[in-house]
Write a protein that binds this ligand. Sequence first.
Ligand SMILES: CC(C)(COP(=O)(O)OP(=O)(O)OC[C@H]1O[C@@H](n2cnc3c(N)ncnc32)[C@H](O)[C@@H]1OP(=O)(O)O)[C@@H](O)C(=O)NCCC(=O)NCCS
Length: 172
Amino acid sequence: MQSEELQSLTASEPLSLEEEYEMQQSWANDEDKCTFIVLDKHKFYLTRDEVESMIGDVNLFLDSGNVGEINVMIAEKHAQGKGLGKETVVQMIEYGCEVLKIEKIIAKISSSNRRSIGLFEKLGFIKESDNSVFQEITMGKNAQNEWLRWLRSEKTKQKTNSMSSVDRYSDE
Ligand SMILES: CC(C)(COP(=O)(O)OP(=O)(O)OC[C@H]1O[C@@H](n2cnc3c(N)ncnc32)[C@H](O)[C@@H]1OP(=O)(O)O)[C@@H](O)C(=O)NCCC(=O)NCCS
């Protein structure tokens, strides 16, 4: 990933092509990592070309205590702000909780990344800590059944209405 803006927003280091391949290999093989590539489904239906349709990725890093650290990127500018980041996060949370049996999700986000913080706040995550050295906050959410039911119902709404119709989650 060569974009300096994306490197800064995702707290990533620039990698050589060889390092990128090594990283992909490690994400594919390591049992504590799970990754999916996000495709623009409309483009994919039209072209059937996976590479052409790639718009981002979503990763879950699993620790030994059933906590998953999620990391999302909708890299293509034309695909941002259309509800796809939120839909991607919801899908990964569902997969993490139902298949990988995660009980809590956390996200480490650059303190200046208002869009990403807004996304996770909307899904009910709350700020748990603030690291001023790395200028990064950690947001977290326990995966209670009631919250998972809410996420599922919002996903159904997204399919029947517009992509951006997710209400804000509140524990109260
Ligand atoms: C952050 C990112 C994943 C968001 O995905 P997206 O598809 O652009 O965002 P969505 O359209 O799904 O918006 C999701 C929610 O984010 C919030 N949001 C979006 N833009 C916002 C902004 N400018 N300010 C505050 N909140 C904002 C809103 O709550 C929005 O929900 P709403 O549209 O129902 O109001 C995406 O923009 C991205 O990958 N950016 C570059 C890399 C990055 O920052 N990754 C995150 C690292 S943790």
